[in-house]
Structures are given as C-alpha cells and as structure tokens.
Design a protein around this ligand. Structure first.
Ligand SMILES: Nc1nc2c(c(=O)[nH]1)N[C@H]1C(S)=C(S)[C@@H](COP(=O)(O)O)O[C@H]1N2
Ligand SMILES: [Mo]
Length: 258
C-alpha cells in the first residue's frame, strides 16, 4: 500500500468516527432522513471540514449572573411602528400568536402561554454586535428544536426563516422588513432559543418583545427581534432580496459565526 493510500484510508476512518459521534450527539436532527443523507456525505469531507461541522455543535460561553450588563444596549429597531404590532403591544400581547408554517407537517399558531409550556432553557451569554460593542444578558425561552419537532419538519426543509414585525428601511418593494434565517444545525443547537424573558423579566419592547431569537454562536444581527412567524423553507432565494436576512441582503455574511 502506498503512503498516499494509507493516508486516505486513515482520513476516511477518522471522518467516519467523527460523523458517528455527531450522530450519537444529535438524535433529533438524525431523525430526519435528509439529515442522514447529509451525514453520509459528510464522511467524504476533508478533515478540516469535518472539524468545522463538529465545532458548530459546541456551546457558546456562558457567564455568571454577576457578569450581566446593567445597560444592555438596544440596537436597530427599538420600537416598531407597524400598526398590527402596535395594536398587539398595546394589549400586552394578550392575543399575539407566533405562526409556524412553510415546510411543516403541522402548522402551529402559538400564544405566549403555549410557548412558555415548551421545553425551555435559561442562559447568560455575550451578544456581539458587528458594530463593535458587546453586552451580556440572561435569556429564557423555548428551545427551537423541540418546537420544530412539534410542527414536524418535512424532509425538504433546510432552513428556518424568522419573519419580524419591523420595517428597518423604507423601500418601495417591502424588502426593508427585518428577517433572518438559520440552517438546521443552528436551529437544533441546544442554545438556540425563542426568548420571551430577558434578565428574569418579560422581554422589553426595545429588545424585541414579545419574542426574539437567540442563536448564540453567531453575531448580533442574527438575533432577530419581534419574531412573528417561522417559516421552514428549502431555500431562501425567493424571500426579500434572497440572501437570507436583512443585513445579508446588504452585504453581511449569512453565517456570522463568532
Ligand atoms: N427585528 C429586528 N431584529 C434585530 C435588529 C433589528 O433592527 N430588527 N437588529 C439586530 C442587531 S444589528 C443587533 S446588534 C441586535 C440588537 O439586539 P438588542 O436590541 O437586544 O441589543 O438585534 C438584531 N435583531
Ligand atoms: Mo448588531
């Protein structure tokens, strides 16, 4: 056996065992037959790419309560003027609903009380804005993975799109509406939440009331506020300007890893 063949054999074995670990650690994703196909093809990736895949499962750092920023900066939209949103806000979000639709078996319409009954997580994490500031906050919310399992993703679903209430830029065609998207690795990450509490109180309006995304492995602009609707899609080319998010449509990276 030549040296090269040896090396390739070893790489394949290493790749297979890493994929096996991932499989064991992530039964939710692998319930999806399409993910099994992705895993199978992942065995053919280079070791460097494998490591990248595995790293995406790692947890973002969490901090003690003493580290919480007393003055977490609100940024971007801080008080949406959309009439439907304003009406909901003025009723204390009493009949507000989160819509879950697109490529799901069971479309959902969830009240805040429904969301509070779902599997929850609390985490104290650092929010890093691309503008160069960071703040530490405590977030409690419904874990996105179990919520998606309740809706039942169709095998063709590859991304979750988060549609928001606010228009951040006035455009004639409506492409100024804030939105974001995650792939299923981040959607099923244990620290990915739809947060309804910040620092032990209901999420305030400047920070995205009544519900915002926390996807802790990525930059601030991925943390969609004022989330009204989740849409499971096969691709996002047809949404807004096609790049998967408001800031992505204006040149920022879709995968904003930190
Ligand atoms: N709906 C919506 N979500 C948004 C934004 C926004 O303008 N609208 N701004 C983003 C940016 S750039 C950052 S840094 C964070 C700010 O979150 P904060 O207001 O809680 O600090 O929200 C992100 N999510
Ligand atoms: Mo940001």
């Amino acid at each position: 056996m030549s040296h090269e063949t040896n090396r390739r054999g070893w790489l394949t074995a290493a790749g297979a065992s890493v994929a096996g670990l991932w499989l064991a650690a992530c039964d939710k994703i692998t319930e999806n037959p399409r993910s099994a196909a992705v895993l199978k093809s992942a065995e053919g990736l280079t070791r460097r790419a494998q490591r990248l895949v595995v790293d995406r499962k790692a947890l973002a750092p969490e901090f003690p309560a003493t580290a919480i920023s007393p003055d977490f900066k609100p940024n971007g939209s801080t008080n949406p003027d959309d009439p439907d949103y304003v009406a909901q806000r003025d009723k204390g979000f009493a009949d507000w609903r989160l819509v879950v639709d697109g490529l799901v078996e069971r479309p959902l319409s969830l009240s805040l009380a429904d969301l509070r009954k779902l599997p929850a997580r609390t985490q104290i994490t650092r929010h890093d804005c691309v503008e160069g500031w960071s703040s530490i906050g405590k977030w409690t919310g419904a874990r996105l993975g179990p919520l998606l399992d309740q809706a039942g993703l169709k095998p063709t679903a590859r991304y979750i799109v988060f549609h928001c209430a606010d228009m951040l830029e006035e455009t004639l065609d409506g492409t100024g509406q804030y939105y974001e998207s995650l792939d299923l690795i981040d959607a099923y990450h244990p620290q990915t939440l739809l947060a309804y509490d910040m620092n032990d109180r209901p999420l305030p309006v400047p920070h995205g009331a009544p519900l915002r995304l926390r996807a802790e492995r990525q930059l601030g602009y991925k943390q969609a506020k004022y989330v009204m609707r989740l849409e499971a899609v096969a691709d996002f080319a047809h949404i807004s300007r096609g790049n998967g998010g408001f800031w992505e449509d204006r040149g920022y990276e879709w995968y904003a890893g930190i």
